[in-house]
Design a protein around this ligand. Sequence first.
Ligand code: CP
Ligand code: NVA
Length: 304
Amino acid sequence: MAARHFLTLDDMTASELDSLVNHASKLRTEWREGKVRDSLKNRVLSMIFEKSSTRTRVSFEAGMAQLGGSAMFLSPRDTQLGRGEPIEDSAIVISSMVDAVMIRTFAHETVERFAQASRVPVINALTDDFHPCQLLADMQTYREHRGSIKGATVAWIGDGNNMCHSYMNAAAQFGFHLNVACPEGYEPDPALMDKHSSRVTLYREPAEAARNANVLVTDVWASMGQEEEQKAREQAFKRFQINRELMQLADKDVLFMHCLPAHRGEEISHDMMEHPGSVVWDEAENRLHAQKALLEFLILGTLD
Ligand code: CP
Ligand code: NVA
C-alpha cells in the first residue's frame, strides 16, 4: 500500500483531522500525568531542514523520543542534498532506511517530489506555501480553550503567506469562516482564494476583519527567504498589527494566536503575548502533542 503523506491539510479527511486533534489532547493529558508511551519504539524519523527552526525541530525530535523512537537531523550543509543529489534519489535512499521523513524547505514542489519517490510517509514541516503542522496545533489549542471551532470566525491579519494558506485549508476542513485582512499586493494565492471563496473573505481594513471574530491570528511580515524585503514590508504592513485596540473589536472571548517566532512592535504590539486572550504558549507546546498524534497516525495507521 502506498504511504500516506501529510503535505497539506487536504491530505486528510475532516473526520481524520478531527480524530487527530482529539488524540493530540489525549496525548497531552497522558504526557502531563507522566504516563510512558512507547507506540513508536525502534521507529526512526528523518528530519530535513533547509530553513531555520526552533519549535518544529524540538517538537518532532522530543516527540519521537517520548514515543520510544528516535529522530535524525539532516541539513543540506552536510548531506548530499546540498551538493545537488536529485530529490528523488535522496527520497528513495532515505525512505529505504527510516519510518517517516519530515521536510522543511522552500518550494512546495520539493516536498511533493520527495513524497512521490518515498516509500514512507512524508510530512511537510513548512514550505513557502503551507505550514499544516502548525494548524494541527492551532486547532487543538482552540478546541482545548473554547470547544469546537465549527461556525466560528477567525481573522487573519497580515501577509497572505504559508500560514494564511494553511488557515484557508483549515477553514474548509474544520468548518469556520476566515476573514483575511492584508495590504494590496500581499494577498493569498488567487487559486486558493477561488477554491475557498465560500469560506474566506478578503478585507483591506484590519478592523473590519476583526469585528466580532473568535480568533485573531497573525504571523511575521517577512517570512524566511524574504529577509531582503523586510523594510518594504514594514511600510506596507504598518497598519496591520494585532494590538489591544483590535482585540476590543472582536468577540469578548476572542483568542490571540501566533505560530511564533513573533516580532513585537511589528505584527503584534509589545503587550500582546501577555494579553489575557493570548494562547501562544499553548499553541507552541501543542506542536509536540499534535505531531505525536500525526506520527502515530502516519506510521502506525491508527490512533489508539
Ligand atoms: N512555528 C514554527 O514553525 O516555529 P519554528 O520556525 O521555530 O519551527
Ligand atoms: N511564515 C513564517 C512562518 C515561520 C514559522 C515563515 O515562513 O518564515
